[in-house]
Design a binder for this molecule. Structure first.
Ligand SMILES: C[S@@+](CC[C@H](N)C(=O)[O-])C[C@H]1O[C@@H](n2cnc3c(N)ncnc32)[C@H](O)[C@@H]1O
Length: 360
C-alpha cells in the first residue's frame, strides 16, 4: 500500500538553476540577445533590479554557457530566505552553499583555484570569516579572502540574501587565445560586440581595418561563417601578434593578414559586406591632428571597399577627431546607431554606419 502510494506520488523536480551573466556597461542588450539566440527554448529570463546583469533559469548543459562571447562575468545564483548572513552558518545552509560551489567548480572542471574569497560588504567580518573557514573545509580549497579566485558574492536580494558563485577562476570575458598583449587591443567582449553591431550573416565578406592583434577577426570567426576574413595593419608587430592570437584561437587558416596602409588597399571596389575598425587614439597610438587626417582617409577608403548596402562599424576614444569630419562623413555614410561601452575606465564611442549610394 505504502509502496503503491509512493509509485503514484509525483516528485516535484527542482527548477533549473539560476545563472547571472554580467555585461560590460553599455552591452547589456547585446548580451541578452546573444543568450536568447544561442539558447532558445532553454532559457527563462527573470526580472532583477540590478542593471547590467541578465538573470535567467537555464535548462541546458551549464558548460555550454562558457561559450557566451558577450558575457564578462558568469555566476550561478542561489537565494536564501534569511535576514542576515549569519544564518547561513546553519548546517543546512552550509551544505547548500557547499553544493552550489561544487556545482560551479564542475562547470570549468580544469580550473585550479588558489583560494575562496568573498566579494561582499563586510567581507572581513567575523561571520564571513567563519563562513569562509567552514566552506573551505567542505571544498578543500583554502580560504584566501584577499587574493582567492573562487569568488562568492553575497548581497541583499528580494526575499533575503542572494549568493552568487562566479564560474571559473577568472572573468569569462578573458580569452585564452590572447598570446600577445598588444598595446591598444580591445577586450574579447568589446570585439564581440563590435562584430555583433555589423549584423553578421553567414557568407559575409568581412574586413577588419587596423586589425592590431586580431581580436575583432577572431571574435568574428567565432561568431559566424564568413566567406572572407581579412585583417589589415601597417605594423609588423601587430601582424605577428595577430598571427599568434589567430593560431591560438584555431582560426589562422580562415584569416588573411595583410601588411598595408588602410588609406590605399589592394582590393577592388565593393569587395566587402561588413567593415570594422578600432581606430588609433591618444598619444601612444596617434595625435589629434594625425587622427583627423587618418580617420578621413579611412572613411573614404572604407566607402570604396564597401558593397552597396554594407556596413561600417567604427570604434574610437578620439570622438573629437570623428566630429571634426562632420559632413564629410555624413555625405558617404548614414549613421545607424551610436553607443558607448565602458572599458578599462574609458568610454569609447562606437558608431554603426550604413553606406550611402551615389545619390546619398
Ligand atoms: C587601436 S589599435 C587596434 C587594436 C586591435 N583592435 C586589437 O584588438 O589589437 C590601432 C591599429 O591601427 C594600426 N594603424 C595605424 N595607422 C594605420 C594605417 N595607416 N594603416 C594600417 N594600420 C594602421 C596600428 O598599427 C594599430 O595596430
Amino acid at each position: 500500500m505504502k509502496r503503491a502510494a509512493k509509485r503514484g506520488a509525483k516528485v516535484a523536480a527542482d527548477p533549473p538553476a539560476i545563472w547571472v551573466a554580467a555585461a560590460l556597461p553599455g552591452l547589456e542588450d547585446l548580451l541578452k540577445a546573444e543568450i536568447s539566440r544561442r539558447f532558445k527554448g532553454q532559457v527563462v529570463f527573470l526580472t532583477h533590479a540590478k542593471t547590467g546583469e541578465c538573470h535567467f533559469r537555464f535548462a541546458g548543459r551549464p558548460k555550454t554557457l562558457l561559450s557566451l562571447r558577450l558575457c564578462h562575468l558568469l555566476y550561478r545564483r542561489r537565494d536564501f530566505a534569511v535576514t542576515r548572513p549569519r544564518t547561513l552558518l546553519s548546517p543546512e545552509h552550509l551544505l547548500t552553499l557547499g553544493r552550489e560551489l561544487k556545482a560551479v567548480m564542475r562547470v570549468t572542471s580544469a580550473d585550479h583555484y588558489t583560494g575562496l574569497r568573498f566579494d561582499a560588504a563586510g567581507a572581513n567580518s567575523p561571520t564571513l570569516q567563519r563562513l569562509g573557514q567552514q566552506l573551505s573545509e567542505q571544498l578543500g580549497v583554502p580560504f584566501e579572502n584577499e587574493t582567492g579566485d573562487l569568488v562568492v558574492t553575497l548581497r541583499p536580494g528580494k526575499g533575503g540574501w542572494e549568493v552568487l558563485c562566479r564560474v571559473g577562476n577568472r572573468p569569462l570575458g578573458t580569452r585564452a587565445y590572447r598570446q600577445v598583449n598588444y598595446l591598444g587591443s580591445v577586450s574579447g567582449t568589446v570585439a564581440a560586440a563590435l562584430v555583433e553591431l555589423t549584423t553578421p550573416v553567414r557568407g559575409d565578406r568581412f574586413l577588419n581595418l587596423m586589425c592590431g592583434s586580431g581580436t575583432i577577426m577572431i571574435e568574428a570567426l567565432e561568431r559566424f561563417a564568413a566567406a572572407t576574413m581579412v585583417g589589415v595593419d601597417n605594423s609588423p608587430t601587430a601582424l605577428t601578434a595577430a598571427a599568434r592570437n589567430c593560431a591560438a584561437a584555431g582560426v589562422r587558416e580562415r584569416s588573411l593578414l595583410l601588411r598595408a596602409d588602410v588609406r590605399r588597399l589592394p582590393f577592388a571596389d565593393g569587395s566587402f559586406d561588413k567593415l570594422c575598425v578600432d581606430l588609433p587614439w591618444g598619444e601612444s597610438v596617434g595625435t589629434r591632428q594625425s587622427n583627423v587626417s587618418l580617420y578621413r582617409d579611412t572613411f573614404v577608403e572604407s566607402h570604396r571597399l564597401c558593397q552597396a548596402d554594407g556596413k561600417l562599424v567604427v570604434y574610437t576614444q578620439d570622438e573629437g577627431a570623428i566630429n571634426a569630419l562632420g559632413q564629410e562623413v555624413a555625405r558617404d555614410w548614414q549613421l545607424l546607431e551610436e553607443r558607448r561601452f565602458v572599458q578599462r575606465g574609458f568610454q569609447p564611442l562606437c558608431r554603426v554606419y550604413g553606406k550611402r549610394g551615389e545619390q546619398g
